[in-house]
Design a protein around this ligand. Structure first.
Ligand code: ADP
Length: 176
């Protein structure tokens, strides 16, 4: 298996990868948090292309070019606003899954994810991290013949710590 998962602390807009994922909102017309940062770094042409996409449903993903970013592509996905309902899990899982499917469809082999829904959308970080990691591991195991480098980009050391602890937990579960 040539797939690699990495966890780093960084600003996702600065990464030199083929594709970065945006935690967007349903309008795809920009917002705060990571969405605002990506639009600022990519430049106004990103918004022009986003206007042609007619929004995006929660859990779905759409692709654009990266414009002034180092990344060639941005995959925009819309995470759930946390409510505590079972559907939140399903929707967050779909964000990661559909982003990876769309990346593969576009022959992308490196992709960076922010911690979708854990900012303004209020998803508890630990729960969201477990969903992010388990979904990506499931996807890799379903697509063993496709080489995909996956980077989890944490915006704070505290987030990175939660990702690393959750990752260790996974490794232990796999060993037993
Ligand atoms: P959502 O609305 O999906 O919750 P936010 O943008 O509010 O999206 O937050 C999602 C995550 O992205 C949060 O963990 C936040 O700290 C992180 N984040 C914000 N800016 C950046 C950035 N430039 N690079 C990487 N992660 C970021």
């Amino acid at each position: 298996m040539e797939n690699i998962i990495k966890i780093i602390t960084a600003d996702i807009t600065q990464l030199d990868v083929e594709c970065i994922v945006n935690a967007a909102n349903n309008s795809l017309l920009g917002g705060g948090g990571v969405d605002g940062a990506i639009h600022r770094a990519a430049g106004p042409e990103l918004l022009v292309e986003c206007r042609t996409l007619n929004g995006c449903k929660t859990g779905e993903a759409k692709i654009t070019k990266g414009y002034n970013l180092k990344a060639n592509y941005v995959i925009h996905t819309v995470g759930p606003v946390y409510t505590g309902a079972e559907n939140d899990v399903k929707m967050l899982r779909l964000c990661y899954w559909n982003s990876l499917e769309l990346a593969m469809k576009n022959s992308i082999h490196s992709i960076a994810f922010p911690a979708i829904s854990t900012g303004a959308y209020g998803y508890p970080l630990k729960e969201a991290t477990e969903i992010a990691l388990s979904t990506v591991v499931d996807w890799i195991e379903t697509n063993l013949d496709y080489k995909m480098k996956i980077i989890f980009v944490c915006f704070s050391d505290e987030t990175t710590k939660v990702y690393n602890e959750t990752w260790i937990l996974f490794q232990n579960i796999k060993k037993t």
